[in-house]
Design a protein around this ligand. Structure first.
Ligand code: MG
Length: 389
């Protein structure tokens, strides 16, 4: 049976190119016939290229941008040289279809962009500069060359935007679904690196941007997917009007390079830092545990976008819970010494949300009515997510 979900489509305006994509359902691993719709081009079976042909084809449009990339794709290894007195940062992420993404509503181009960005975010979270990525794919039969090209187009745009080089990877057939593994290499001067362990009593806690938007975007996409599945209307158009921002935050997150740049400009060196991938609660507890401290964050200081608030109201969800525990915001959470108060107060990309305390004070959120609520990690967990299915 060939089951293509072709009635769930949308176009995000601010992707640099047309991103309307129609996607194969992940329940069906038979080869797809995507050319039923006029905007889908002819399809090419990946096996016609062979593995090396595929790699050559996909990586052709990735120029080398960094001096530290001595050799990129095309030899047994990439060769990287950051020079002396520089430390190498390495981070890797595995994305599995059905666990981390649902192709019913995630366009492949966005998925490619996001797969790169989430890795870069980890390098920025160490106060480093990402330089190189490797990309490995497991591809099942229902994906054609044109699908993988869309995925790589998203990756190419991300690499261009953030100035990183694609220097290697691997591809293989997969029995079912799409598997994406991205590794990012970056660099930093030894003294610039910020760990999770450096927060001290009386430090100030700051977070960039706003929280909960990506999570509310996911809730909206999930809702529209369910509606689409129920009504089985060929012309079903999900209604995202007025909610573009939260959809964008879910499908096309950005790494906060600008926050790092602003801190450098203002002469701020955080004592501890993380990116918010699993939810603010979870990340705060990581910093508290790893630094051996406690914290107080103030509910009325948690930055929340208007669209996030509207969506929470529409879905009858607790807004602060969504902001504290919703993941995938990729904002930066960091602590600075109290003496830097005036500097962080001048930051445009981040705001103060609380303070670090002695460890025996525990980790609490101070509510608007001055109650203290213990912070618990309720962030997203891939292992429990898999168990629930
Ligand atoms: Mg991280």
């Amino acid at each position: 049976m060939i089951d293509i979900n072709d009635n769930f489509k949308y176009n995000l305006n601010n992707f640099p190119c047309d991103s309307t994509v129609i996607l194969p359902s992940h329940n069906d691993d038979t080869p797809s016939h995507m050319n039923t719709d006029d905007q889908i081009m002819k399809e090419t079976e990946i096996s016609t290229l062979g593995e090396f042909g595929l790699i050559e084809h996909l990586t052709r449009s990735f120029p080398v941008r960094n001096e530290s990339t001595r050799r990129g794709v095309g030899d047994d290894c990439a060769v990287i040289n950051y020079g002396k007195d520089r430390e190498t940062l390495v981070t890797t992420d595995l994305l599995l279809e059905g666990i981390h993404f649902d192709l019913t509503y995630v366009p492949l181009m966005h998925l490619g962009y996001k797969a790169i960005v989430v890795n870069l975010s980890d390098v920025y979270a160490m106060n480093g500069t990402p330089r190189q990525v490797t990309v490995s794919l497991g591809i099942s039969k229902r994906f054609t060359l044109e699908h993988i090209e869309q995925l790589y187009e998203g990756m190419r745009i991300a690499c261009e935007h953030y100035g990183v080089d694609l220097v290697g990877g691997d591809t293989s057939a997969s029995v079912t679904g799409l598997i994406i593994s991205v590794t990012c290499l970056g660099e930093a001067a030894k003294d610039d690196i910020v760990y999770r362990t450096g927060a001290r009593d009386t430090d100030l806690i700051c977070v960039s941007g706003n929280l909960g938007a990506a999570y509310m975007g996911l809730q909206l996409l999930e809702r529209e997917r369910q509606v689409s599945a129920q009504i089985k209307d060929k012309d079903f158009e999900p209604d995202f009007s007025g909610k573009e921002y939260i959809i964008e935050r879910q499908l096309k997150p950005e790494a906060r390079r600008d926050v790092i740049a602003e801190m450098r400009e203002l002469g701020i060196h955080p004592t501890a830092m993380m990116d918010v991938s699993d939810g603010l609660s979870s990340e705060l507890l990581h910093i508290c545990k790893d630094s051996g401290v406690g914290c107080r964050v103030y509910e009325d200081r948690i930055p929340i976008d208007y669209q996030t608030a509207l969506m929470a109201e529409e879905l009858n969800m607790n807004l602060v819970t969504a902001a504290m525990n919703g993941g995938e915001d990729y904002e930066l959470l960091f602590t600075v010494p109290l003496a830097d108060h005036d500097k962080v107060a001048r930051m445009k990309t981040a705001r103060l949300i609380g303070r670090i305390t002695k460890p025996e004070m525990g980790a609490y959120m101070v509510t608007r009515d001055d109650q203290e609520m213990e912070i618990r990690a309720q962030g997203w967990n891939a292992f429990t997510a898999a168990d629930d299915k």
